[in-house]
Design a protein around this ligand. Structure first.
Ligand code: SAM
Ligand code: SF4
Length: 348
């Protein structure tokens, strides 16, 4: 380690604002409340909207940040105003030290801790995750039909996922489900998912397909696959009746427009990143699995935190703030039509 931490150069990024950097609002660090941490880029599934059919290459395991390094970045983020950390990937449950990581992050004061998973390992680890301190879970499920689920995910077993959901419901109570709606693939199941939300008193969030990086759908038919949120909402209302928008008060409310149902049970969210980008209320940054901080799912803007992370610079050092603020300033006014990196590599 260098004798004087001040000699360590700032992480490299282009300081020329691509678009105006605002003093307050989404391009100001003051607006950032959430850090999504990709703990691995690997996954045992091959969802067609997320990964290409073949030629998937993953980072060497030795390149991934260790649990203590992730904890360190999370502590810095918490000191800079982040109040919610989401563990994601890739598939976070394939990381062997996941429980250790959850307990470490749990130890950070004032942090709400959640995780997004494909749910296939939840049957065995839901209880341990809760005990380690995870507050909430989001589970991805894109079909309620076994054969279709297997086809979309590249071999996932729906019976196993259902057992995982039941186990998670036991220990976490209200679950959030993520459903990526795709034309001619699962758009005929919108009503079934809406009814499931009411039946189980869960939150179902319908996500518009986003062409990010290489995936079977992004490579072949990105425009045809998109089902816009307004159309999804009409199908939901046809199935379960009118929705009641729920107001959420926190600044920079993030992406989902959430609604209550006429039945008074379950909630329905819409993530309309394509038809109505919500960049002006974006309150998040992403940390990839090797330590690169990313400003936006779609548009460029990254800062490599490894030089700071591995230099031993104190977490209150101004250079951390500069790195986080510099990355936030790179957020686009409105994101472009296509992203250069897959969600699985930058923390979906
Ligand atoms: N493996 C975990 C899972 O599937 O929940 C966490 C990582 S995954 C990248 C996070 C979320 O991103 C999932 O809900 C997934 O459905 C969503 N996702 C991935 N690629 C997407 C795309 N191209 N468009 C929309 N949502 C996508
Ligand atoms: Fe894996 Fe999640 Fe991507 Fe599906 S969406 S391939 S489960 S990382």
């Amino acid at each position: 380690m260098p004798s004087d931490a001040r000699d360590i150069p700032l992480p490299q990024f282009d300081p020329t604002p691509v678009r105006p950097a605002h003093a307050v609002g989404p391009r100001s660090l003051d607006a950032v409340r959430m850090l999504r941490i990709s703990v691995t880029d690997r996954c045992h599934l091959r969802c067609r909207y997320c990964m290409p059919a073949e030629g998937v290459s993953f980072l060497p395991a030795s390149a991934l940040l260790g649990a203590a390094e992730i904890e360190r970045v999370a502590e810095v983020a918490a000191g800079l105003g982040v109040t919610h950390i989401k563990i994601t990937g890739g598939e976070p449950t394939i990381r062997r030290d996941l429980l250790d990581l959850v307990s470490r992050l749990r130890g950070i004061e004032g942090i709400e801790l959640s995780m997004t998973t494909n749910g296939l390992r939840l049957e065995s680890i839901a209880g341990a995750l809760r005990e380690a301190g995870l507050d909430r879970l989001t589970v991805s499920i894109d079909s309620l039909r076994s054969d279709r689920y297997a086809e979309i995910t590249g071999g996932g077993r729906l019976d196993r996922l259902h057992r995982g959901l039941d186990a998670a419901h036991e220990v976490f109570g209200g679950l959030k489900l993520n459903v990526v709606v795709m034309r001619h693939i699962n758009d005929d199941e919108i009503g079934d998912f809406a009814r499931l939300a009411v039946e189980r008193d869960w939150t179902v969030r319908f996500i518009e397909f986003m062409p990010l990086g290489r995936s079977v759908i992004a490579d072949r038919e990105p425009k045809e696959a998109l089902v816009e949120a307004d159309e999804i909402e009409r199908a939901v209302v046809a199935a379960i009746g009118p929705l009641r928008p729920l107001l959420r008060a926190e600044p920079g409310i993030g992406p989902a427009r959430v609604n209550g149902t006429a039945a008074g049970r379950g909630r329905i969210g819409f993530i309309h990143a394509m038809s109505r980008p919500f960049c002006e209320s974006c309150n998040r940054l992403r940390l990839d699995a090797v330590g690169v901080l990313r400003s936006c799912l779609f548009d460029g803007g990254e800062i490599d935190l490894r030089p700071l992370l591995r230099s031993g610079v104190d977490r209150r050092d101004e250079r951390w703030r500069d790195a986080f603020a510099g990355c936030t300033a790179l957020k686009p006014e409105v994101h472009g039509p296509r992203g250069d990196r897959a969600m699985s590599s930058i923390g979906g």
